[in-house]
Design a protein around this ligand. Structure first.
Ligand SMILES: [Zn+2]
Length: 123
């Protein structure tokens, strides 16, 4: 384990997309779907008490909602399907994209918290 100050800065976007530790960019951030590891396996950063709150969900509500409305308009203009088709297409799109993006969004918010409030992570 290297001393705390010896890690080069990690881009929050890269750490978020890879779901990696915000300090070293190498260790896994999650031990389940959204459960954080207690500490980084690579650098030892304590992560068990970290909390990203509702930030990742709010990001996704805006992003996925915007895309879902665009998809619904495009499907309606292109095929004019029945309402139940809209429910299936939009529902599947929203649920699938949300599940796909929630982990990277949470990792991204954790990386931003580490960058701007590092003392909360390192005591
Ligand atoms: Zn680490």
């Amino acid at each position: 384990m290297a001393p705390v100050g010896s890690y080069p800065p990690v881009s929050p976007i890269v750490a978020g997309l890879r779901c990696r530790c915000p300090r070293c960019g190498e260790g896994r951030l999650f031990k389940g779907y959204l459960t954080l590891v207690d500490e980084c396996e690579h650098c030892g950063l304590h992560l068990a008490d970290s909390d990203s709150g509702d930030g990742p969900a709010v990001f996704l509500i805006f992003i996925v909602g915007f895309l879902a409305v665009g998809l619904a308009i495009w499907v309606e203009v292109t095929w004019e399907p029945a309402v139940w088709v809209h429910a299936l297409v939009s529902g599947g799109f929203v649920i699938g994209l949300s599940l796909l993006l929630l982990r990277p969004a949470k990792a991204y918010v954790m990386a931003l918290q580490y960058r701007h409030r590092r003392d909360e992570f390192e005591g």
